[in-house]
Write a protein that binds this ligand. Sequence first.
Ligand code: OAD
Length: 251
Amino acid sequence: MLASPFASRTLALARGREPVVALTGAGVSAESGLATFRGADGLWNGRDPADLATPEAFARDPHLVWRFYDWRRRKARAARPNAAHLALAALERQRGAMRVVTQNVDGLHQRAGSASVLSLHGTLWRLRCTAENREFDDERADLGVLPLRCECGGLLRPAVVWFGEPLDPAVLAEAEHAVRTAALVLVVGTSSMVVPAASLAPIARRAGAWIVEINPDRTPLTRHADEHVTGRAGDLLPRLVAAAGFDVEVA
Ligand code: OAD
C-alpha cells in the first residue's frame, strides 16, 4: 500500500470525534465524467454563464436555458458516483459527526449514500414554479416539451442558484454553522472562486479548523490552507479514509 500523502494531524482529526466538513465542488464529479466549469474542458470555456445561468438569461430565452439544464440532467443521470463520493459516504457512515457541503447540483453525493448533504446551489432534481414560487421534486428522465410549464401555466425553472441570485439563507446559515464548529475541513475539487461558497473555508480557518485542500491545481485558497494535497479526489479521498483507519467502501 502506498504511504499516505496526508499530514499526521489530518489523519488524527479524520480518525477523531470532532466534526468534519467536506466542502466540495465540480472536481469531485469530474471522475464520474461530468465536466467542471472552469479550465480547458470546463462548461464555461467558450460559453458565457450570463447566457445560461442567470435569471436574465431565463427571462430572455427560457428554451435555451432549459436545454442546457435538460442536457445536464441527462449527463448527471447517466453518471455514477465515483470513488471520491463513495469514500466521503463511507467516512460519514463510520465516524459520524460529518457533513458534506457541496456546490454541486448533480445529486451524486446523495446517490453515493451521504446522508448529511447541504446543497448550496440547489439541485437539478427539483423544480420551482416562477408564478407560484412553489417547489417540488422531479426526477423524470424525459422532461418532454421545453420550456416546462406548471399546471398553473407559469414557467417552471430548475431549483438551482443562478449567478446574481442569493443562496437559500437557511442553507447558508447551516453551512456556516457547520464550518464554524468543524475541527477538520476538507476542501475538495473546487476552484474556490465563487462566493459565498468560497468564503466558507476562510470562515472555518478563522474559527480554528484545520483546512486541507485536495485538488490537482492550486487555487486562491491554497496558500491559506494548512495542507494542500495535489491530486485527484477519486484517488486521494479513499487513501485518506483508509489511512484514518476506516473501510473505504461501506454499503
Ligand atoms: P470549478 O470548475 O470552478 O473548479 C473545479 C475544480 O476542481 C478546479 O480547481 C479543478 O482543478 C478541480 N478538479 C478537477 N478535476 C479534479 C479531480 N479529479 N479531483 C479533484 N479536483 C479536481 O468548479 P466549482 O469550484 O465547483 O455555480 O465551481 C463553483 C461554482 O461555479 C459552481 O457551483 C457553478 C459554477 O459556475 C453556479 O452555476 C452558480
